[in-house]
Write a new protein. Structure first.
Length: 307
């Protein structure tokens, strides 16, 4: 059995379920990519399901009724997918605005929407770690302001087409050089890291059916729940070291490709100073160890100028 879920406020892009089961009258649907589950009871006539949807927090009532020709609404066409940017392109941001963040604005984000890259309330250290796939502890010799001053950034690429993950990061690297006068050299240093390895039971992650060249979806659903969609192990390691863990994360799983899964936590540990629970995942494990890790040694960096 399969299920395809649509969000009425987000166009006609359906989300495929990872599992659908029917045991007696109990229906269970899981959507690993967004960490959502539905469980309900099928009516005797098969025309309704009374149940609840759970995603991140507690369950919310969700009752389903079989649609008829009179009650069904048309599903809108999925958004037009932009043609990928040429693989050989050497893109730059055509337009980029950088300004100090409003101290009264809550939240923090680095996001891509179509051909628009933007960040909200982010430190320069956040941009450097995102652009180069690092943990803040892998940045050496930087002035204190890169972790104190917050900026908003809005930018769009010059070249045509939809950039892939590497192209977005390459454009951000160039912007850091041009607008922050960032120069550095690389070195190696023995650091305390978390190593991701495959558990004894072996890998049980669901292979993603998403675009192999598309962007991953890794958005926390409250403390302790991280749904991953169309994500590589490197993507997963990157978001864990950037937002959750207090040290770099090294991928030692050897797993190739992109996956849909949901990570949950079970024991108290650091979560960006907020407090959460330590990762428990039957397919992968994280273990602290000492290991040589690359570091980025700052030679020069300045506060941004001009737009």
């Amino acid at each position: 059995m399969k299920a395809l879920l649509y969000r009425a406020d987000q166009g006609g892009q359906g989300m495929p379920s990872s599992t659908v089961t029917l045991q007696g009258s109990t229906v269970r649907i899981a959507v690993a990519g967004i960490g959502g589950t539905f469980e309900g009871k099928l009516s005797a006539d098969g025309n309704s399901i009374a149940g609840a949807w759970t995603q991140g927090g507690g369950p919310s009532p969700l009752n389903l009724t079989r649609a008829t020709a009179e009650t069904a609404w048309p599903i809108s066409d999925p958004p037009v997918r932009l043609k990928p940017m040429a693989a050989a392109a050497n893109p730059v941001f055509e337009v980029a605005t950088i300004k100090p963040s409003n101290p009264d604005t809550p939240g923090k984000a680095i996001q891509v929407r179509g051909r628009h890259f933007y960040n909200l309330n982010t430190f320069l250290s956040d941009l450097i770690t995102f652009a180069y796939g690092l943990h803040p502890k892998q940045i050496v010799g930087a002035p204190a302001w890169i972790e104190n001053d917050k900026y908003d950034l809005s930018a769009q690429p010059e070249a045509e087409g939809q950039p892939n993950d590497k192209q977005w990061k390459a454009m951000l690297q160039k912007l850091l050089t041009d607008r922050f006068n960032l120069t550095f050299h690389r070195d190696k240093k023995e650091l305390s890291v978390y190593a991701i390895t495959v558990a004894k039971a072996g890998p049980k992650l669901t292979k993603s059916e998403g675009d192999p060249n598309g962007l991953p979806g890794l958005f926390f659903r409250g403390l302790g729940v991280l749904p991953a969609r169309n994500a590589t192990m490197a993507d997963f390691a990157g978001v864990m070291q950037a937002a959750v863990l207090d040290r770099p994360v090294v991928d030692q799983t050897g797993l190739q490709g992109r996956f849909d899964f949901t990570l949950t936590w079970t024991h108290e540990f650091q979560f960006g100073g907020l407090g959460a629970r330590a990762p428990a995942q039957p397919t992968i494990r994280m273990r602290p160890r000492m290991a040589p890790a690359g570091v980025l040694v700052i030679d020069r960096v300045e506060k941004p100028f001009g737009n």
